[in-house]
Design a protein around this ligand. Structure first.
Ligand code: HAM
Length: 434
């Protein structure tokens, strides 16, 4: 038979394998816990959406929609897209299910994969993961402040200190067009001095110039007028109240008047959090208000605000800081010697597993030395040894794999013995149910 060529994962996508996934679960658990404390409920929307959803919300002229979105024609001719982000999906679902009829703000969170055909590099993938949250139904600045407080708490729980919260207001449909005119005029005076991309943006979408990463352009960009000097009274009042409340809540931030986000739906509050432990892709999360989005998608007036954390980057940062440990692996390995020891080994494994312990045992007869080697490779905390002698005496050997210490314990007491030693510190049950 000719040798078959190997099929590899698609460029920019990757397999996440254990034990690395243990840290992902740990981070996701922490996020779910914090979201529950702030009374968010989980929403799960499809990965496939009508392509038009993103053209209308994220913006038909944005990089995400024009260059990065995976779109295709379904067999019946419908244009579909793999979601590049989930805010548009959440607002679609909010409208589709009439969630606005519930008479209160809706607080929703999601965890899942997103797709953008970007140039892959560390911290940037074509299939990546986001943990996001959206609050719909109110424009109160108190919501913006609460959301940012929640983010700071989550990052703190994950051991990520030294993150910077960059905050801006991008105005609304009243004041932003005026600001864009002022910006356009200022850019005309810089004609020929900015990079080629910026020359083009100056004509098509001047706000994007503020987002330019080219080093040589920065001194000129710093001289451009600031949107914060051009907010209308309503937007200014909103932004001032937000800042006052962040002060009350002890949330530290830096004003970033050049922060414009790469999606068109934003109004007023816009923010990003960066981490200095990441390299070029240092934005751990981004978000902001999108007060007109519901109407744009055919829904009622429903102001909203949200954020999305890049989970892949968050994990890189958590690993770099090294404070959070993955969920613990194996509690107990059971080594049995001789066929007669298999039934009691199975019985013990079942008993411990029913108590939510993580247990592994030999599936085939093995020598004790090999079993102990396997147990230590798997990181088992304890190994229970059941051989002929142990069967005869009804007392099993329990070996502490860290210290090498070994103790004889009556068979019926093994569960209790282990519970006393590792029960309270063992993660699998204790922490998840907290
Ligand atoms: P975004 O800034 O496009 O916003 O993405 C949020 C975060 O996702 C980024 O800060 C980054 O950490 C991560 N991210 C984006 N693209 C990639 C990629 N190719 N590889 C790895 N990570 C990536 C949004 O998606 C908005 N929906 C956020 C939002 C929610 N605004 C309001 N509500």
């Amino acid at each position: 038979m000719p040798e078959a060529t190997k099929i590899r994962a698609v460029k920019g996508t990757r397999d996440l394998l254990p034990p690395a996934t243990g840290l992902w679960q740990r981070v996701e658990d922490e996020a779910r816990r914090v979201f529950a404390a702030y009374h968010f409920g989980e929403i799960r929307t499809p990965v496939l959406e009508p392509a038009d959803l993103f053209a209308r919300s994220v913006g038909a002229d944005t990089d995400i929609v024009t260059k990065e979105m995976y779109t295709f024609e379904d067999r019946d001719g419908e244009r579909l897209a793999l979601r590049p982000e989930a805010t548009a999906s959440v607002v679609r679902a909010y409208i589709e299910h009439g969630l606005f009829n519930q008479g209160r703000v809706n607080k929703l969170y999601y965890i899942g994969p997103m797709f953008r055909r970007e140039r892959p590099q560390k911290g940037r993938y074509r299939q990546f993961y986001q943990i996001g949250a959206e609050v719909l139904g109110s424009e109160a600045p108190s919501i913006d402040a609460e959301l940012l407080e929640m983010l700071v708490l989550l990052l703190d729980r994950l051991g990520l200190r030294g993150c910077r919260l960059l905050l801006n207001s991008v105005g609304d449909s009243h004041c932003r067009p005026e600001y864009v005119k002022v910006l356009r005029r200022a850019l005309e005076n810089m004609q020929g001095r900015l990079c080629a991309d910026c020359q083009r943006r100056a004509a098509t979408n001047p706000l994007r110039v503020l987002d330019c990463k080219v080093e040589a352009d920065q001194p000129l960009i710093a001289k451009l007028p600031s949107i914060l000097d051009h907010l209308c009274p309503e937007c200014r009042a909103h932004f001032e109240r937000l800042q006052a409340e962040l002060g009350q809540r002890g949330v530290k931030y830096e004003l970033a008047p050049r922060l414009v986000r790469g999606l068109d739906y934003y109004t007023r509050t816009a923010f990003e959090i960066t981490s200095d432990v990441l390299g070029a892709q240092n934005a751990v999360l981004g978000g902001g208000r999108y007060d007109g989005l519901s109407e744009l998608l055919g829904g009622p007036a429903a102001p909203g605000i949200g954020f999305a954390i890049g989970l892949d980057r968050l994990i890189l940062a958590v690993e770099a800081v090294g404070q959070l440990k993955p969920q613990e692996g194996l509690a107990v390995y059971i080594a049995w010697l001789g066929e007669a020891a298999l039934p009691p080994a199975i019985e013990l494994a079942t008993e411990l597993r029913r108590a939510d312990w993580s247990v592994e045992l030999d599936y085939e007869p093995a020598k004790l030395k090999k079993s102990l080697g396997t147990a230590s490779k798997l990181g088992a905390r304890f190994t229970v040894i059941i051989g002929e002698g142990e069967l005869a005496s009804g007392r099993y050997q329990v070996k502490n794999m860290a210290t090498g210490e070994q103790q004889e314990v009556p068979a019926a007491r093994v569960g209790g013995y282990l519970q006393e030693r590792i029960g309270s510190t063992f993660f699998a049950r204790a922490e998840i149910g907290r």
